[in-house]
Design a protein around this ligand. Sequence first.
Ligand code: 3PZ
Ligand code: ZN
Length: 325
Amino acid sequence: MSGPLTLFKEKHIRYIQSLDTRKHNFEYWLTEHLRLNGIYWGLTALCVLDSPETFAKEEVIEFVLSCWDTKCGAFAPFPRHDAHLLTTLSAVQILATYDALDILGEDRKIRLISFIRGNQLEDGSFQGDRFGEVDTRFVYTALSALSILGELTPEVVDPAVEFVLKCYNFDGGFGLCPNAESHAAQAFTCLGALAIANKLDVLSNDQLEEIGWWLCERQLPEGGLNGRPSKLPDVCYSWWVLSSLAIIGRLDWINYEKLTEFILECQDEKKGGISDRPENEVDVFHTVFGVAGLSLMGYDNLVPIDPIYCMPKSVTAKFKKYPYK
Ligand code: 3PZ
Ligand code: ZN
């Protein structure tokens, strides 16, 4: 076996820090429509690497608030852009990580909650915004944000759970919508949504067994995981698959040693950061999901991550005490 066998923690911290400096904006940082998501990915990676103070907390919070879309009453990816559920979840996750949700104030909080609830459709599914596509990603996004805000209610949760169950396939996987092909990222959004709703018990033991099999069959001989059968491995699937297995209590169905080696081979030894597969260009998305996957496998003193929320366990412990209003 060749390749680097340790995690270059300091390099990754410096890489994420480099993304925060405005001068490199264009080359290194994400385009505007991904900026707030990118800050959440960077901050979460820094938390897992035990270095959250690498970002200037006050500046980050100020940026989050500058993304508030007054028209929609939710968060956009960048100032003066339009609000979306995905960026709203990132904003809520960032503020919760900094224990700064109170900065929203009552007025913004009320509008935020009605934005999220207002995107739910008759069948329990959610759209990302009022023009948007509908799929299980947004069910997860909405339930996660409401749960972090302490605003989960049965009126929202029960139809959402119904919808998620319709996306379960007989092969043991989950699709984007009913009858859609199984995909590992959808296993995470569906199982995550059920876990947040505290409704994992709607799945039978046989179903859990099938799901576990479908997930662990994502591991390829080279150690990495793919998103569906006969696709290439990709570091971000370490997260979608491992978190799903963790949620159903079957993490040990994966070969840790081989997956760890695959993730470590995706590091850029010089500038830091992790890529989707060996030799490719690194980005902050694969960096966070790479280190988060390693954390779930208990790798070398990484800070424990919550498989349901993809946030440090020390943060989620606070709102998980009170799952429902
Ligand atoms: C990536 N998005 O649609 S995206 C994302 N992908 O905004 C962010 N694995 O050009 C980064 N592929 C890199 N930094 C990739 C987020 C995608 C996922 C694409 C990808 C990941 C393989 C091809 C969807 C949460 C939010 C969004 C997604 C998943 C989870 C791209 C392509 C797409 C996107 C961004 C950049 C490489 C980073
Ligand atoms: Zn990927």
